[in-house]
Design a protein around this ligand. Structure first.
Ligand code: AMP
Length: 546
C-alpha cells in the first residue's frame, strides 16, 4: 500500500479545531445581534468578545493556566457564555457543576474533577459556606452576582465577576494548542453508582457545533439561522445546554439568557425578545403550559426542541394548541449530546395536532456523522421493522471517550467499540428511531436522574421490609416519579406513610438529589422476577407504573 498522507509544507499553518474559532468567526460577519441577559443587560458580539478577553486576562492573572480546571455554578447567563469560551480558550477545562445535585454530590464532583477555581452565583455561596471544609482542591473562589456586589460569605474571594472584569484589558492573544485538549467536563448521574465525569475535547465540540448547525438548518421547519432568536431552557450546566450556546455563537444569532428558570419570566422573554428557538425537557414545557399568563401569548413563532426524556403525546398536543412548534430530539450526556432529531414534513403540517404529535415526539433520524445501530445481545442489528427491539449503540466524532478516571465503567460504556446508550428502541422502516424502554436502572425526574438502586437501599434499611423494588411511574408534571414496591416481612405492621417518612428522612440528609423526595410507596404481595431470578423491572413497570 502506498503511503498517501498529505504533505505538509513546513510553513503551512497546522490548523487545529479549537473553540476560539467558533467565536472568532461570527464576529467578523455579524455585529448587530445581541446577547441579552434577563432582558436587563445587552451586549453586542463585539462587546461579548471583549469580555471574553477580559475574563481570559483575569483568569491568567489569578494563576489559572493550561490544564487547570475551572468550575462554574450559575444559572443561565451571559457570564456563563463568557466562561464557555474564555476557560477552554486559555487551555483550561470548564467544569459545569450541576446545581441540582445534593451537597455531598457537589463536593464529590468538585474533588473528582480536581477543580482549581470555582465561579459561584451568590445564591450558592451559603451552600459553599457549609461545604468548603470538605473541598481540598480549590484555591480560588469568584462570586457572580446580579448587581456586581459580592454577597456576604466566609469564603476568601478573589472578588466579584464584574469588578474583576472591569480592571482587565479587552484583548487577549489566545494560544494555539492540540485540538484533542480537554475543553469541558461535567458529571452525569444517569448511571448507577457515583456521578461519572464525561469530557469533551476542543475538536469534538467544534465538530458537534458544525454538525448541529448544519443539521438543524437543513431539516425542514426546524431552521436555525441568523434570523432566529435563541433562548436555552436546558440548564447550561447540563451537556453545554445541548451545545446550542456554541451553535448560536458560531452562527451569530441573537441569544437570550433567562437566569433562574421562572415560567413567567421565560414566557415574558419569549414575547419581549421575540425568541424563536429553544430546547428543554418535557417537564419545563409542562411548567410553562401551567403558567396562567400563557393563554394571553402568541407563541406561534417559537420552535422548541424537546429531549432528555420521552414527551407524552398529550403534552405535545397541548403545546401545539398554543402555537409552539415541537420537535423531539434524542441524545445523552455521554454523546455531547445530539444524536437524532424528528423531521416535520410539509405534508405532516396538513394533519391534525394529534396525528402530527405521533411523529413530532418520535426521536427521529440520526444526524450526519452519527452511526446509530439498534442491536441485540450479540451486537447484531435488529430488523428495521418497527417491532424488533434492541439497544441503541453509537459512534460519532463527539462521543465522550470514557468516564474521567474510571477505566472500568469506560470500558463497559464502550464495549465492542460502540458507545452503549442503555436505551432500548425500535427502528422504523424509514430510518426513524423510536425509544421504547430503558435498560439502565435509573429514573428521570424532570430532567434529573435518581438511582433506583440507591432508593432501594434506603427502603431495605427499614426493619419491616423484606423486599423492595423501585421503578419509574409515569407522572404528568415530572415525566417520571420513583415508585417503591414493598413486600413486608411476615407479621410486620407498618403503614405506607411510615415507610415513606423513613425514606424521606434519609434522603433529606443530602445524600441524594432532592428530586428523590418525590418517591411514592406501594405494598405488594410479591416482586416479579425474571427466569434468572433478577427483579423484572420491565414487568413491574407494566404492572404498576402506568
Ligand atoms: P442525560 O444524559 O441526562 O441527557 O439523559 C440521557 C437519557 O435521557 C437517554 O439515554 C435516554 O434514556 C433519555 N432520553 C433522552 N432523549 C430522549 C427522548 N427523546 N425520548 C426518550 N428518552 C430520551
Amino acid at each position: 500500500m502506498k503511503a498517501n498522507l498529505i504533505e505538509k509544507t513546513p510553513s503551512a499553518h497546522p490548523h487545529q479545531m479549537l473553540i476560539k474559532s467558533l467565536i472568532q468567526t461570527p464576529l467578523t460577519r455579524n455585529t448587530k445581534n445581541e446577547i441579552v441577559y434577563k432582558g436587563e443587560k445587552r451586549f453586542t458580539y463585539d462587546e461579548m468578545y471583549k469580555r471574553v478577553c477580559k475574563l481570559a486576562n483575569a483568569l491568567t492573572e489569578m494563576g489559572i493556566k493550561h490544564g487547570d480546571t475551572v468550575a462554574v455554578m450559575d444559572y443561565d447567563s451571559n457570564r456563563y457564555l463568557e466562561l464557555y469560551f474564555a476557560v477552554p480558550m486559555i487551555g483550561a477545562v470548564l467544569h459545569t457543576v450541576n446545581i441540582r445535585l445534593s451537597p455531598e454530590q457537589i463536593v464529590y464532583t468538585i474533588e473528582h474533577a480536581e477543580d482549581d477555581a470555582v465561579f459561584i452565583h451568590s445564591d450558592f455561596l451559603p451552600l459553599f459556606d457549609k461545604i468548603k471544609g470538605k473541598i481540598t482542591c480549590v484555591n480560588k473562589y469568584i462570586a457572580l452576582s446580579e448587581d456586581g456586589i459580592a454577597a456576604d460569605t466566609s469564603l476568601t474571594l478573589e472578588g466579584e465577576y464584574e469588578e474583576i472584569l472591569s480592571k482587565q484589558p479587552d484583548s487577549f492573544d489566545f494560544p494555539d494548542f492540540d485540538e484533542n485538549t480537554r475543553a469541558t467536563t461535567f458529571y452525569t448521574t444517569g448511571t448507577t453508582g457515583l456521578p461519572k465525569g464525561v469530557y469533551f475535547s476542543h475538536k469534538q465540540l467544534v465538530l458537534h457545533t458544525i454538525a448541529v448547525a448544519g443539521y438543524f438548518s437543513s431539516v425542514p421547519h426546524c431552521g436555525f439561522d441568523q434570523t432566529d432568536v435563541y433562548m436555552p431552557m436546558t440548564p447550561m450546566f447540563h451537556v453545554h445546554a445541548w451545545g446550542f450556546p456554541y451553535v448560536a455563537t458560531y452562527t451569530g444569532v441573537k441569544q437570550v439568557y433567562p437566569g433562574k428558570y421562572i415560567p413567567e419570566v421565560m414566557l415574558g422573554l419569549v414575547i419581549k425578545e421575540k425568541v424563536t428557538f429553544s430546547h428543554c425537557v418535557p417537564t419545563i414545557i409542562h411548567m410553562l403550559l401551567k403558567a396562567p399568563i400563557i393563554d394571553q401569548l402568541d407563541l406561534s413563532k417559537w420552535k422548541v426542541v424537546i429531549g432528555g426524556a420521552a414527551m407524552p403525546k398529550s403534552m405535545c398536543v397541548g403545546a401545539m394548541k398554543h402555537g409552539i412548534d415541537i420537535i423531539a430530539g434524542y441524545g445523552m450526556s455521554e454523546t455531547c449530546p445530539v444524536l437524532t432529531l424528528a423531521h416535520v414534513s410539509e405534508d405532516m403540517l396538513k394533519e391534525s395536532h394529534e396525528a402530527q404529535a405521533d411523529l413530532r415526539v418520535l426521536t427521529g433520524k440520526p444526524m450526519g456523522m452519527v452511526e446509530l445501530r439498534i442491536v441485540n445481545d450479540k451486537m447484531e442489528d435488529v430488523p428495521a421493522d418497527g417491532e424488533s427491539t434492541g439497544e441503541i449503540v453509537v459512534r460519532a466524532p463527539w462521543l465522550t471517550q470514557g468516564y474521567f478516571k474510571d477505566n472500568k465503567n469506560s470500558e463497559e460504556l464502550w464495549r465492542g467499540g460502540y458507545l452503549h446508550t442503555g436505551d432500548v428502541a425500535v427502528m422504523l422502516p424509514n430510518g426513524d428511531v423510536k425509544i421504547t424502554d430503558r435498560a439502565k436502572d435509573v429514573i428521570k425526574i424532570g430532567g434529573e436522574w435518581v438511582s433506583s438502586l440507591e432508593l432501594e437501599d434506603i427502603f431495605s434499611r427499614h426493619n419491616s421490609v423484606a423486599e423492595v423494588a423501585v421503578v419509574s411511574s409515569k407522572d404528568d408534571k415530572w415525566g417520571e416519579r420513583p415508585l417503591a414496591l414493598i413486600v413486608l416481612k411476615e407479621g410486620e405492621e407498618v403503614t405506607e406513610k411510615e415507610l415513606h417518612s423513613h425514606a424521606i428522612s434519609y434522603i433529606k440528609k443530602g445524600i441524594m438529589a432532592r428530586e428523590s423526595l418525590l418517591v411514592k410507596v406501594k405494598f405488594v404481595d410479591e416482586i416479579d422476577k425474571t427466569s434468572v431470578g433478577k427483579i423484572d423491572k420491565k414487568l413491574l413497570r407494566q404492572k404498576y407504573a402506568l
